[in-house]
Design a protein around this ligand. Structure first.
Ligand SMILES: Cc1cc2nc3c(=O)[nH]c(=O)nc-3n(C[C@H](O)[C@H](O)[C@H](O)COP(=O)(O)OP(=O)(O)OC[C@H]3O[C@@H](n4cnc5c(N)ncnc54)[C@H](O)[C@@H]3O)c2cc1C
Length: 373
C-alpha cells in the first residue's frame, strides 16, 4: 500500500524548502534536480535573509551600495541595509537541513484529487499520495497548472540569462540601458572570487546567449555555460483548488526589481506554518487557505505599484531616468522607498534551539503565520 504523506512539496528551491522548514510530520519534497543544484538566479538578497535562517556560511560577499547605469549616466544608491550574494548550493542545503522532509528526485507531471481527502502527485518516479500539496515549482507552476488550465504560466513573465565571470569588485551593479540589449536590464553581482553577469528582459524575449557572453566577457574571462530562465512579473493565485502555491508559481517575484528569493522564502514560511496548524488540527483547511490568500492579497497594492514603476522606468530614456532618480535621492524619496521595500516580507528566524532528527539534521520550529499574530 502507498504511504500517504502529510504534505508533498513540489519544488525544492527557495519557496519549497522554506515551506518544508515550517512543517513537521511526514513531508516529501520532490524536485527534478538534487537540492542545491540547478542555480537559476544571481542569488542577490538582503543580508538579513541568510542571517535570519542561520545560513551566514553561504554568504559570498556583502554589498553596502548599488550602482545603476542608465545609458551614459551612472547613479549610486546608498544601501539602506546591506545586500549580499550567496552560494546557491550551500544556501539550499542549509535550508534543507532545517527540514525533516524526505527528498525524491523526480519530474512532477501533475496532481489530481482522489476523493475529498487525498491528492495524487504523478511523477517520473511513480505516484505519491498526500493530504496536502504545496506547489513551489517556480514560474511553470507545474502542479497548479495541471489542476486548473486557467493558470497560464507563460503570461506576464520576464526572462533572464547569466554566467560566471572571473571578476572581483564591490557593490551590486545594475544596467537599465536600451543600448545594452533590447530587454534593457543587465547586472554584475560580485560574489567573492567571481561575479555573476547577466541580461534580462521584462517582456520575456530579446535575451540572446551570445549577447550575455559578450557582456560578461567585457569584465573578464567568462564561463561557457549559461543559466537562468523565466521569472513572473504578475501576482497569480496563491490557492488553486486544494493546492497552496508559493514563490514564482504564485507570481511572488517582485516586478521592477525581479527580486524573487526573499518573497519565495517569506510566502513559503507563511504557507508552511499555516499548513502545520492544519496538521495540528488547530486550524481548518479552509481557514488556512483564506489566511494565506489574505496575506497574498495584502501585498497586491505594493506589487501593482512596482509594476507601474517598472512600466514607466523601462520606457524612459536613460538621461531622463537618471534625472528623476537624482531628484528622488536629493529629496530623500529614494531612501524612504528603499526602506519600505527592504522592510517588506520579514523572514521568520530559525530557532537557536535545535532538535536532532536522527541523521544529523537540525529542526527549525514552526513559525507563527503573519495573519494569526
Ligand atoms: C537570471 C535570473 C536572475 C535572478 N536573480 C535574482 C536575484 O539576484 N535575487 C532574487 O531575489 N531573485 C532573482 N531572480 C528571481 C529568483 O530566481 C526567483 O524568483 C526564485 O528562484 C523563486 O524561487 P522559487 O522557489 O519559487 O522557484 P525556483 O527557484 O525556480 O525553484 C523551483 C524548483 O522547482 C523545480 N521544478 C520545476 N519544475 C519541476 C517539475 N516538473 N518537477 C520537479 N521539480 C520541478 C526546479 O528544479 C526548482 O528547484 C532571478 C531570476 C533569473 C531568471
Amino acid at each position: 500500500m502507498r504511504v500517504t504523506y502529510d504534505v508533498v512539496v513540489v519544488g525544492g528551491s527557495f519557496g519549497g524548502l522554506a515551506a518544508a522548514s515550517q512543517l513537521r510530520g511526514s513531508i516529501l519534497i520532490i524536485d527534478r534536480e538534487p537540492v542545491g543544484s540547478g542555480q537559476r538566479s544571481a542569488c542577490g538578497t538582503p543580508l538579513r535573509v541568510p542571517m535570519a535562517l542561520g545560513l551566514g556560511d553561504s554568504v559570498l560577499q556583502v554589498h553596502e551600495r548599488a550602482l545603476f547605469h542608465l545609458g551614459s549616466h551612472s547613479f549610486e544608491l546608498p544601501g539602506t541595509e546591506p545586500f549580499c550574494t550567496f552560494d546557491y548550493e550551500g544556501f539550499c542545503q542549509g535550508l534543507y537541513a532545517l527540514t525533516s522532509a524526505e527528498f525524491v528526485q523526480a519530474s512532477v507531471r501533475g496532481v489530481r484529487a482522489e476523493g475529498s481527502e487525498r491528492l495524487i502527485v504523478s511523477t517520473s518516479a511513480g505516484e505519491f499520495t498526500a493530504r496536502y500539496v504545496v506547489d513551489a515549482s517556480g514560474w511553470s507552476a507545474v502542479a497548479a497548472s495541471s489542476l486548473d488550465s486557467r493558470v497560464q504560466p507563460r503570461e506576464g513573465v520576464g526572462f533572464g540569462l547569466e554566467t560566471t565571470v572571473l571578476h572581483q569588485g564591490e557593490g551590486l551593479r545594475i544596467w537599465l540601458d536600451r543600448g545594452l540589449h533590447p530587454g534593457r536590464l543587465g547586472w554584475l553581482f560580485p560574489s567573492g572570487d567571481h561575479s555573476r553577469a547577466g541580461l534580462a528582459s521584462y517582456t520575456g524575449d530579446g535575451v540572446k546567449g551570445q549577447r550575455v557572453a559578450e557582456f560578461a566577457l567585457s569584465f573578464g574571462p567568462a564561463a561557457p555555460s549559461l543559466h537562468g530562465g523565466f521569472f513572473p512579473l504578475r501576482l497569480r493565485r496563491p490557492v488553486v483548488g486544494p493546492l497552496f502555491v508559493v514563490g514564482d508559481s504564485a507570481g511572488h517575484c517582485m516586478p521592477l526589481t525581479a527580486e524573487g528569493i526573499r518573497p519565495a522564502i517569506y510566502f513559503g514560511q507563511q504557507c508552511g506554518a499555516l499548513l502545520q496548524l492544519v496538521l495540528d488540527e488547530k486550524l481548518a483547511l479552509a481557514q488556512a487557505q483564506s489566511t494565506y490568500r489574505q496575506l497574498h492579497d495584502s501585498c497586491r497594492p505594493y506589487y501593482r505599484w512596482l509594476l507601474q514603476h517598472q512600466n514607466w522606468t523601462t520606457r524612459l530614456p536613460g538621461a531622463l531616468l537618471a534625472a528623476v532618480m537624482k531628484v528622488a535621492k536629493m529629496t530623500g524619496q529614494s531612501e524612504r522607498i528603499l526602506r519600505r521595500y527592504c522592510a517588506m516580507m520579514p523572514i521568520t528566524p530559525a530557532y537557536e534551539t535545535e532538535c536532532d532528527v536522527g541523521d544529523g539534521r537540525r529542526l527549525a520550529p514552526a513559525g507563527i503565520p503573519h495573519g494569526l499574530r
